[in-house]
Design a protein around this ligand. Structure first.
Ligand code: 5GP
Length: 212
C-alpha cells in the first residue's frame, strides 16, 4: 500500500525524561522509517556532543540571521538559550515519505501544530517527579543551578501537557520505544490521512458498478 506521506511528530518531555534516548533507539531500530530533525541552538555543546549530530551549534548572531532568512519552522527560548527547527530538512524528508520527528519543547510544539495541524504531539514523562530529579542529578553534566532551573521549567511544561495527543511514560526504555513506534505507525491508518487511497478505491468500485 502506498503511504500518502510521512507523518510529522513532535516529541516533547521534561529535560531528563529520556526522550533523546528513546528517539535514538527508534532510529537505530527503524532507520528507513524515521528521520530525526537536527535543531540549531545557541547553547554550548555538552561533552560528547558534535556539531551537525545532536545540534547545529551556532552563535546568537547566526541564529538571528536564520530567523531573518525564514529558515526555521519555529524557534523558542529555553533556559537562556535559543533553539529552532531548520525548515529544509523536514520538508525534504516528509516528501520522501519518512516519518519526521522533532524533539522540541512545548512552545515550539504548539507553533508547529498551529502551522501544520495534522502534526502528532507526544509527551514523554518519567514515572514520577522524584525520578526526574534523580535522573537529572545522575546525568552529572549540569551544575546544580542548571538542574534547579530545568526542574522549574519542567513544572511550567507540566501545565501544558493537555495540548498533546499522547502521554508516554518512560519507565522501561525498550517498552517505551515500542509504544512510541506503535503510536506513530497507527497514525498512518487514520482515514483523514488516506484521502487519495480512498478516492482510488472509490473510482475502481464505480467502474465495476458501471460494469466496465
Ligand atoms: P537540551 O539543552 O537539553 O538539549 O534541550 C533543551 C530543550 O530544548 C529540550 O526540551 C529540547 O526538546 C528543546 N529543543 C531542542 N531543539 C529545539 C528546537 O528546535 N525548537 C524548540 N522549540 N525546542 C527545542
Amino acid at each position: 500500500m502506498d503511504r500518502e506521506k510521512g507523518i510529522l511528530t513532535v516529541v516533547s518531555g521534561f529535560s531528563g525524561s529520556g526522550k533523546g534516548t528513546i528517539m535514538n533507539r527508534l532510529l537505530e531500530e527503524h532507520p528507513d522509517t524515521y528521520a530525526l530533525s537536527i535543531s540549531a541552538t545557541t547553547r554550548a555543546p555538552r561533552p560528547g556532543e558534535r556539531h551537525g549530530k545532536e545540534y547545529f551549534f551556532v552563535s546568537k548572531e547566526e541564529f538571528e540571521s536564520m530567523i531573518d532568512r525564514q529558515e526555521l519552522i519555529e524557534y523558542a527560548q529555553y533556559v537562556n538559550h535559543f533553539y529552532g527547527t531548520p525548515k529544509e530538512y523536514v520538508s525534504q524528508q516528509l516528501g520522501l515519505g519518512k516519518d519526521v520527528i522533532l524533539e522540541i519543547e512545548i512552545q515550539g510544539a504548539l507553533k508547529v501544530k498551529e502551522a501544520f495541524p495534522d502534526t502528532l504531539l507526544l509527551f514523554v514523562t518519567p514515572p514520577s517527579a522524584e525520578e526526574l530529579k534523580r535522573r537529572l542529578l545522575g546525568r552529572g553534566t549540569e551544575e546544580a543551578s542548571v538542574v534547579a532551573s530545568r526542574l522549574g521549567r519542567a513544572w511550567q511544561e507540566a501545565q501544558g501537557v493537555e495540548a498533546y495527543d499522547y502521554l508516554v511514560v518512560n519507565d522501561q526504555l525498550e517498552e517505551c520505544v515500542q509504544e512510541v513506534h506503535g503510536i506513530i505507525q497507527n497514525e498512518h491508518a487514520r482515514v483523514a490521512r488516506n484521502g487519495s487511497l480512498i478516492e482510488t478505491i472509490r473510482a475502481g468500485l464505480l467502474a465495476f458498478a458501471k460494469g466496465e
